[in-house]
Design a protein around this ligand. Structure first.
Ligand code: G4P
Ligand code: NA
Ligand code: NA
Length: 193
């Protein structure tokens, strides 16, 4: 998506450890007009697929998923992250091991909001190792819902998440970063269109 790649080049900041900061329009301050264009692009890329629910994960996936859900005109649910051992109530849960943050956490969705008959599109802002997305896909599977696909705003193409998720479902990433140079700030994107 050219508009997004241009924006990443203009306002993205390459930090040490292959971290891309996009706090000025995606992760902290949010450019809702851009989100709307992103929503329309996902709608175009998943044209012809039957989708009746969006699933994302807190925190930074929620903003983008809300706008995408508005474009698709479907409800949006976010998985909650928790470190509590005894999870109360009727929930689906799985563990996510984040290498980026060096910790394991549980994610949960109430059974009330995910289940048979749901045709689910996963949405998230970033994918690196893909553990968060794998966890969401697992919750969908456990619930008896159908996983239709996954839409990612920025994929770090040099990390393994993309390959893993492409084997499992229809993955669409709007910008795939192949490499970043923290000294020059140069960002190379995979030629995806
Ligand atoms: P992981 O297995 O290494 O943990 O990778 P995963 O793809 O699951 O991403 C882990 C978290 O790190 C995600 O946020 C993701 O958005 C974030 N992340 C990874 N690389 C980058 C990067 O280069 N830039 C930015 N801005 N974020 C990155 P999260 O743990 O779900 O937290 P939250 O921010 O959504 O609360
Ligand atoms: Na994040
Ligand atoms: Na996220």
């Amino acid at each position: 998506m050219q508009l997004l790649k241009d924006r990443i080049r203009k306002d993205g900041k390459v930090k040490e450890g292959n971290v891309l900061k996009v706090d000025s329009f995606l992760n902290h301050q949010m450019d809702v007009k851009l989100f709307r264009e992103i929503g329309k692009e996902f709608k175009r890329r998943f044209e012809g697929e039957e989708i009746n629910k969006i699933l994302t994960i807190e925190a930074s996936g929620i903003g983008i998923a809300c706008i995408v859900a508005e474009v698709f005109d479907v409800p949006v649910v976010f998985a909650k992250k928790t470190q509590t051992k005894n999870i109360a109530g009727d929930v689906y849960t799985t563990k996510v091991e984040s290498f980026t943050h060096g910790r394991v956490y549980d994610i949960i969705v109430a059974k009330e909001f995910l289940g048979k008959g749901d045709k689910v599109l996963l949405i998230d802002d970033f994918m690196a190792n893909g553990k968060a997305l794998e966890g969401l896909a697992q919750l969908v599977e456990d619930s008896g819902a159908e996983l239709v696909g996954a839409g990612i705003v920025i994929e770090k193409g040099f990390q393994p998440g993309g390959d893993i998720l492409r084997k499992r479902t229809h993955l669409e990433s709007l910008a795939i970063v192949e490499s970043m140079d923290e000294k020059t700030g140069e960002i190379v994107f995979r030629d995806d269109e």
